[in-house]
Design a protein around this ligand. Structure first.
Ligand code: SF4
Ligand code: SF4
Length: 433
């Protein structure tokens, strides 16, 4: 395969072997209705598409590390043999010196000992979707009959722990759990034994105050689907209001601050919270490793079960379809002018308010999908979560600076746990005198 002249050395594709098909019916899921894009599909990645995906991903990387990522819908619905086959193709195409890592994002409800042993034996990091303790998780994360899923997810985590498989927690921040940051964090740390945690804000856009989800894109004659008796319309990134289960503009920031205050006291260096790592990386000028808080994006794409490649997981919509990997080169599509523009627009469309912002170094305007509000001057393109970003990045700026200085001196950032509270004490002491 020839590599185009301006191709990124590495890229990340979330591939969806079962498309949008899932055994659960989470209320805020933006992906379930993507099923409407493929009306006559069996929603199973074919052997030919799998081989092409593995081959092109491996060949397209110019780095020693290659990431193969599975997501959905629910990818475990493919069954283990599909993933065993993927390993065979990896062996076939792997270049000398290359290391292949795997991630799989799952709701955890279908895991067994066999799955856990497979993950453990094959260098998989398993992402488990869990929104906190039972009373917070079960509000939104229900099955097709609307029933609780908490016990099934916890059982899945037990299989992983028992077999020593590495896992992280992906927790959405929504209207239900937004005021419970420390409780949610302690639950993951103390009751689950989680070491790696990601918090993802739910911002679910609607077209207008009638609160009817957008369906401007005509994907099928009848664009409605029923899930557990609920009517859903095709979800796309349009609209200026949000659904009732979305996090509030300040809720995500307050949640993160609550977690940070607990973490910075005793867990630095033992518990890894993605947003804190990303902020520290931005503080020291290292690549943040998260598109949302990078100046540009465009190298984190999504691939549907049939090989259709889209600009981003949040933009699986006809307008953002780059092509199909069975017909066009994957790297060629990733390097295309269309995709480069998608990535550079993140920076080029930043409003003046953001360009002059005191925490731009950490924020970079957030994800374009959430930029649908107005700045105080009335300029469009401000992120719905701006109040949260300001709350969080200002709150952590000083301790992040301390951790950054420690890193530069080759010392452990964990030393902040003794330095930061002392600094606060010092301030109080100075004031008293
Ligand atoms: S649109 Fe948002 S989620 Fe998608 S790649 Fe860009 S920053 Fe990341
Ligand atoms: S905090 Fe708000 S103003 Fe500042 S860069 Fe982020 S979105 Fe823009």
């Amino acid at each position: 395969m020839s590599i185009p002249m301006y191709s990124p050395p590495a890229f990340h594709i979330l591939s969806k072997p079962r498309g949008a098909i899932c055994n659960l019916d989470c209320s805020y899921c933006f992906f379930l209705t993507k099923e409407m894009l493929y009306p006559n599909s069996n929603f199973r990645m074919s052997d030919e598409t799998l081989e092409s995906y593995i081959k092109q991903t491996i060949e397209g990387h110019q780095t020693p590390e290659v990431m193969i990522s599975w997501q959905g819908g629910e990818p475990t619905l493919m069954g283990l043999d599909f993933f065993r086959k993927a390993l065979e193709y990896e062996k076939k195409y792997k270049k000398p010196g290359q290391m292949i890592q795997h991630t799989i994002q799952t709701n955890g409800t279908l895991l067994t000992d066999e799955w856990a042993q497979f993950f453990k034996g094959n260098n998989y990091l398993v992402g488990i979707s869990l929104d906190g303790p039972r009373h917070l998780h079960d509000v939104n994360r229900v099955d097709k009959g609307g029933a609780s899923t908490f016990d099934r997810v916890m059982k899945g985590v037990e299989f992983l722990k028992k077999n020593g498989a590495e896992f992280n927690i992906l927790c959405t921040i929504n209207a239900t759990n937004q005021d419970h940051g420390a409780d949610v964090y302690r639950f993951f740390r103390d009751e689950l034994g989680a070491q790696f945690i990601q918090f993802i804000p739910i911002v679910d856009r609607l077209m207008d105050s009638s609160l009817i989800p957008t369906n401007e894109i005509q994907v099928a004659e009848d664009a409605d689907v029923h899930h557990a008796g609920r009517l859903r319309r095709f979800y796309s990134q349009r609209g200026h209001v949000v659904s009732s289960y979305s996090v509030s503009p300040e809720g995500y920031g307050n949640f993160l601050n609550d977690v940070f205050d607990e973490w910075v006291k005793k867990d630095v260096g033992t518990i890894y919270v993605q947003m804190f790592d990303v902020t520290l990386a931005n503080k020291v000028g290292a690549p943040p490793g998260l598109c949302v808080h990078s100046p540009t994006c465009g190298v984190a794409l999504a691939m549907e079960h049939n090989g259709d490649l889209y600009s981003c997981d949040h933009f699986v919509e006809p307008e953002y379809l780059l092509g199909n990997i069975r017909e066009k080169g994957m790297v060629e599509m990733i390097s295309s002018g269309k995709q480069q523009k998608f990535g550079s627009d993140k920076l080029d469309t930043l409003p003046k308010y953001c360009r002059e912002c005191e925490v731009r170094w950490a924020c970079h305007g957030g994800c374009p999908k959430d930029r649908f509000t107005l700045t105080p001057e009335g300029e469009p393109g401000l992120n719905y979560l701006c109040p949260s970003f300001k709350l969080f990045f200002n709150h952590v700026s000083r301790p992040m600076e301390i951790m950054g200085d420690l890193l530069k001196k080759d010392l452990a950032p964990a030393d902040v746990m003794t330095l930061w509270p002392e600094k606060k004490e010092d301030k109080k002491t100075r004031k008293r005198h």
